[in-house]
Design a protein around this ligand. Structure first.
Ligand code: ADP
Length: 918
């Protein structure tokens, strides 16, 4: 294709991105963000799919089958865990104003500058080759589409190198304009994010277009391609998980590496954490992003198989299929579109990665040196701060150029001699060295600076030895003896079989040993060393971050001593007048008592110092911010004694709090008990009222008739003899009833008040039962009821009050008689038995009208009958069973009834007995 045309489109496309980014920045300045939505967030995360995957997936699929899926499967499977891990990281970074993975690790382990520097060096060394891979992809694809390079990615022509240089320069320009605009790294780069999201969309659509073209244009759909491929033995083995030689450990390693990379690769950290506008966007991204990965991988296999089938027999580079297939089919425009997709994949990766690395380099390498300069302590503070602020900004721009130069240099001078195939995964393995320390930061308070440093250093060295050194052997930079005999001729130090561990693929082998030493050193050294107070404080903030809501909260860390104007000058130096004013305004809204805007030279509030440190950390990293606070404003780090004091105080507070809680729990218990007692009293009082009411009511009925009859007799002296006698009899009967009732009430009262006493003697059960049946004999006969008494001989004696037990039995028997029919069919049975050892059971069973189960307990209440008007009978008082129950209970026994309506009733009572038989 025409070179100028391609260049024109490339430049045009980049200009379009510039325009989009510019528009987004404009909108952002007007507070009408285009970026604040989960879709853009998820799309920007797709910067994960680089040119390496855009072109390389097809290449890998053509050689190793399904293996290419590995690095997408990991993030897809673990996306739900983001809500736990990623959200926590986002929250920590927001509260502490951290802007890179180096800042994150350094901040947790005592805001150490050296640890930040170590992380930065590891990242740069691990990532720069990966960036050069992207540059190479841009150059090679340019080469292919313009027909300059023949067989593609493997070789490098002059024009390709030229185009690579120009593209790199353009990207550096873009990065500086949209990525490093102000010194505040916490500020979001909305333009850059939107451009990246757009690029993600372009590469997705472009890849799908090629996929559809190959699958449905060159072939007849998925089935056709797969069928044809399955017929070729070399391709059919690619259909299985292990067919092309991908072992299970290798699958596992791919999953683990990609899970780590999706969060810890500097560019992923940048888009997922630093550029996150709203934690809630994660919810959608958790499924949108995996969906993106699935869609973009849909056509990888068809393109790979389609290409392999088409070019069978010829030498081909499968990495070029995506471009070569449409080109060779004469689809110039589609090829151009595909090329732009690849350009998107590569350029977005380069831009984001470079921003992330440049922030790291400036924050962790340069600024800590600058702020330590003695000038910081002397002379005109305000000017020095402004100078530092400028230096931070310029150093970041410089770092952008440096990173891209390094990457370009690597591509130009080393890249073509080293095999690039696995550079992506080796990069993943480099950032995987941060996994133990980062997870430790989130969930383990025991990790220390020494442990973290030792862990990362050890992991990095082993990574270098097992994964990087071997790549230098092929091009002849190192002797092949290294691989076969080991370093220094010692076979234990063979890079592919460290300490004799053989049988693993080299990636799994490298990851295993690097993590082995990494985790070992991290945990070991952490346990051996004491954390400093600052580390402890940071550990608390990190692990328990969800306790804090915003940047104003968190432990103070500084005690006073700094003059307020100095602090203001410091902030102005880095944030500028406007931002400083805004920040102080927000602060005074929050803490009106701290007076941050006072003009007189008062002392700054410790909370303001903590806040200022975080603001500075957003610009120059936590380590430099801390150094700067300590050195220039003249504040004192909170002393050890003070920390102990604060801790003790909070300990005492905690203890007092616990005591208070305990007491209030006790109080609550007492209150509950009181409430229960009160309720009982109320109920008793109510019962008493009711009882009084019923008693008087019951007494009044006979009294009324006695009075009425006596009045009649008094008013009519000449009443007939027979009538008079009848009246007098009635009066006597009513009076008897009255006195019976009073006796019963008094009886019951005696039992209830606990004044009743028993006159106990050993009783013969048969005798008592017989006496009781004799007492009701008259009634029984009057209703022609058949009465059976079953008392087995040899029953033990019953210790009890004879009269009372008689009363019980007579009561039950007369109740039974009352309920029985008078037509000669009524039957009553009294049974005595030793039901269990030491227990005598007496039951009175009748075949009368029975009792509804709903009343089985109620009938033992006083005046039940009276209360329950429907069963009211003139003969009864409703007190009989209540007294019966009291008597049984006085004998330490129990009484209950079994009955159904119209099926008779069986009253049973059990009494304890002595074991001595008669
Ligand atoms: P009362 O003096 O009215 O008999 P009780 O306390 O002895 O008072 O009995 C209460 C109520 O229990 C009676 O009114 C009656 O409704 C019911 N009851 C007692 N015994 C029997 C029984 N054997 N069969 C059916 N109902 C009974």
């Amino acid at each position: 294709m025409n070179k100028l045309l391609v260049i024109g489109f490339s430049v045009g496309y980049l200009a379009l991105l510039f325009g989009v980014a510019y528009a987004a920045e404009r909108r952002s300045a007007e507070r009408r963000s285009l970026v604040s939505n989960p879709y853009v967030y998820a799309l920007s995360m797709a910067v994960y799919c680089t040119a390496w995957t855009y072109y390389g997936s097809v290449g890998r699929a053509a050689h190793f089958g399904l293996e290419f899926v590995g690095i997408y499967l990991g993030p897809t499977l673990l996306a739900p865990a983001w809500w736990l891990v990623l959200r926590k990281i986002i929250r920590i970074c927001r509260l502490q104003r951290l802007t890179s993975i180096a800042d994150f690790i350094s901040a947790r382990y005592g805001k150490s500058a050296s640890l930040g520097a170590l992380v930065t060096v590891v990242s740069v060394l691990g990532i720069v080759p990966y960036i050069s891979l992207q540059i190479k992809a841009i150059a090679s694809s340019f080469d292919i589409i313009t027909g300059g390079g023949g067989s593609g990615f493997a070789r490098q022509s002059g024009s390709a190198a030229g185009s690579a240089l120009y593209t790199t320069a353009a990207l550096a320009f873009f990065t500086i304009i949209f990525g490093v605009r102000s010194v505040e790294a916490t500020e979001r780069h909305e333009g850059m994010v939107l451009a990246v999201a757009l690029e993600s969309l372009v590469k997705l659509v472009a890849f799908l277009a090629v996929g559809v073209f190959v699958t449905y244009g060159l072939y007849d759909g998925f089935g056709d391609v797969f069928e044809k491929a399955a017929a070729v033995p070399a391709l059919s083995r690619l259909f299985t998980l292990h067919g092309a030689g991908t072992s299970s450990p290798q699958w596992f390693t791919l999953l683990v590496l990609s899970v780590a990379a999706i969060v810890l690769l500097p560019r992923q950290f940048q888009v997922a954490v630093v550029e996150n506008v709203n934690e809630d966007h994660l919810r959608k991204a958790m499924w949108l992003f995996p969906l993106y990965l699935i869609i973009i991988n849909l056509f990888v296999l068809p393109i790979a198989f389609g290409g392999a089938l088409l070019y069978a027999g010829r030498s081909f580079d499968a990495d070029t299929f995506v471009l070569a297939l449409p080109l060779d089919a004469g689809q110039q425009w589609l090829a151009l579109f595909t090329y732009l997709g690849g350009l998107s994949a590569a350029s977005s990766m380069i831009v984001v990665e470079t921003i992330a690395l440049s922030v790291m380099m400036s924050n962790s390498l340069l600024m800590p040196l600058l702020v330590r300069m003695p000038a910081a302590r002397a002379g005109d503070g305000a000017r020095w701060f402004a100078y530092l602020g400028q230096a931070a900004l310029q150093s970041r721009r410089l770092a952008v150029v440096l990173v891209l130069l390094l990457a370009y240099g690597y591509y130009k001078f080393i890249g073509h001699t080293l095999s690039l195939v696995n550079i992506g995964l080796v990069s993943f393995a480099a950032v995987a060295q941060f996994v133990p320390v980062v997870l430790g930061s989130l969930y383990w308070k025991g990790g220390t600076y020494r442990g973290a440093t030792a862990g990362i250093l050890a992991g990095f060295l082993v990574w270098f030895f097992t994964l990087v050194l071997p790549t230098m052997v092929g091009p002849g930079l190192l002797p092949t003896g290294l691989l076969e005999e080991g370093a220094f001729g010692w076979s234990g130090l063979r890079p592919f079989a460290l300490f004799g561990l053989e049988g693993l693929d080299y990636l799994s082998h490298g990851l295993f040993w690097s993590w082995f030493f990494n985790i070992g050193c991290y945990v070991g050294f952490s346990l051996l060393s004491e954390p400093t107070p600052l580390e402890q404080r940071q550990a608390d903030v990190f692990v328990d971050v969800f306790r804090y809501r915003n940047v104003f909260e968190g432990p103070a860390g500084w005690q006073g001593g700094a003059a307020l104007p100095d602090v203001r000058a410091l902030l102005t130096g880095f944030l500028g007048k406007k931002r400083t004013a805004q920040a102080l305004h927000a602060f005074s809204d929050r803490f009106p008592d701290a007076h941050p805007s006072e003009t007189t030279a008062t002392e700054a509030d410790p909370r303001l110092l903590a806040y200022a440190e975080k603001l500075l950390a957003g610009s120059i990293g936590p380590a430099s911010a801390r150094l700067l606070m300590a050195s220039s404003v003249g504040v004192e780090d909170i002393s050890f004694d003070n920390v102990v004091g604060i801790l003790r105080e909070s300990q005492q507070l905690l203890e007092a709090n616990r005591q208070l809680q305990k007491q209030s729990r006790q109080l609550q218990r007492l209150t509950d008990q009181l409430q229960v007692a009160y309720d009982q009293l109320q109920a008793l009082d109510h019962q008493k009222d009711e009882f009084l009411y019923t008693v008087t009511h019951e007494l009044r009925t006979p009294l009324t008739s006695i009075r009425a009859l006596s009045e009649i007799l008094t008013d009519n002296p000449d009443i007939a003899e027979a009538e008079r006698n009848h009246f007098l009899q009635t009066i006597t009967k009513e009076a008897e009833r009255l006195s019976r009732l009073i006796t019963l009430v008094l009886d019951l009262e005696k039992y209830e008040s606990g004044q009743a006493t028993l006159e106990c003697a050993p009783l013969d059960v048969a005798e008592v039962v017989n006496d009781a049946t004799d007492a009701v004999g008259q009634l029984v006969r009057a209703k022609s009821i058949q009465l059976d008494v079953v008392v087995p001989p040899g029953l033990p004696r019953l210790p009890g009050d004879r009269d009372r037990l008689m009363q019980v039995l007579v009561n039950l028997l007369s109740n039974a008689v009352k309920s029985c029919r008078a037509d000669g069919l009524g039957r009553i049975a009294v049974v005595a038995e030793a039901s269990r050892a030491g227990v005598l059971r007496l039951s009175v069973r009748d075949n009368g009208k029975g009792i509804d189960p709903a009343y089985h307990t109620l009938i033992f209440d006083k005046f039940f009958q009276a209360k329950n008007q429907t069963t009211r009978k003139p003969e009864g008082s409703g007190l009989g069973l209540a007294i019966t129950k009291k008597i049984v209970e006085l004998h330490a026994g129990r009484i209950w009834v079994e009955s159904q309506p119209e099926q008779g009733a069986c009253f049973s009572l059990e009494l304890p007995i002595t074991s001595a038989p008669i």
